[in-house]
Design a protein around this ligand. Structure first.
Ligand code: HEC
Length: 198
């Protein structure tokens, strides 16, 4: 099992890990995270956001065609109208018709991480390394919810380190590979105010 989290970098017990754990992660960890969450390439995000705005303004999208794109790229992590995963926040009541916040949330997930959804790395004394968000905790245990939505409960006395990676579990580059019309369709679907079913 590779060891990339320094044992001193987290607190294994007591209080909720807060800013104290948000110090820069070790180089090895950063490298691992860069691999797991690759940074998006140029053009810069502002330009990309501007380009997408223009694409969306040029023609309407078809929300029915957008649904499968949403299902493939977003639904594993987000619930929308009672369907979908729970890795990220429920999007049903999120301001999905506000294009600016939607674009920045999607293009730059690390810019602002919703409280409770920071990515943590837990290492256990028996050498396991788990990554996910802190779904729950009490004085005796912590619960890490991973990428796939599965939860793991770790007794605090088995925990060696708990480090905040300062990254979102939401990957960058989620819009990559979509053509102009697919972008319009996806954003049309993202704005739905009630579930569509066929
Ligand atoms: C691998 C899981 C994952 C996928 C796939 C994913 N997200 Fe997320 N998303 C998250 C997590 C975790 C957060 C909360 C952390 C953050 O704010 O970055 C989040 C946050 C968001 C937010 C901000 C919500 C809030 O309450 O602040 C929006 C909007 C969003 N995602 C939209 C999308 C859309 C649209 C897609 C598909 C194109 C998508 N996400 C795909 C995990 C994911």
């Amino acid at each position: 099992m590779p060891r990339f989290v320094r044992s001193s970098s987290g607190k294994a017990g007591g209080t909720r890990p807060s800013k104290a754990c948000s110090k820069p992660a070790s180089n090895e960890l950063t490298r691992l995270l860069d691999k797991q969450f690759p940074k998006s390439a140029s053009p810069t995000r502002a330009l990309r956001a501007e380009a997408i705005r223009k694409i969306l303004a040029a023609k309407p999208g078809d929300l029915y065609r957008g649904e499968p794109i949403y299902t493939a790229r977003c639904a594993s992590c987000h619930t929308l109208f009672f369907k979908g995963g729970q890795v990220g926040p429920d999007l049903t009541r999120y301001q999905r018709d506000d294009l600016s916040t939607m674009l920045s949330s999607i293009l730059d997930p690390n810019a602002e991480i919703r409280e409770g959804y920071e990515n943590f790395i837990a290492t256990t004394k028996d050498g396991r390394i788990l990554s996910g968000f802190l779904a729950d905790e009490d004085t005796n245990t912590i619960v890490i919810r991973g990428f796939d939505g599965s939860s793991t409960t770790i007794p605090r006395d088995k925990l060696k380190a708990l480090t905040s990676a300062g990254r979102s579990l939401m990957p960058e580059g989620l819009l990559n590979g979509l053509d102009d019309q697919q972008l319009r369709d996806l954003f049309a679907y993202l704005k739905i105010s009630q579930p569509i079913s066929r």
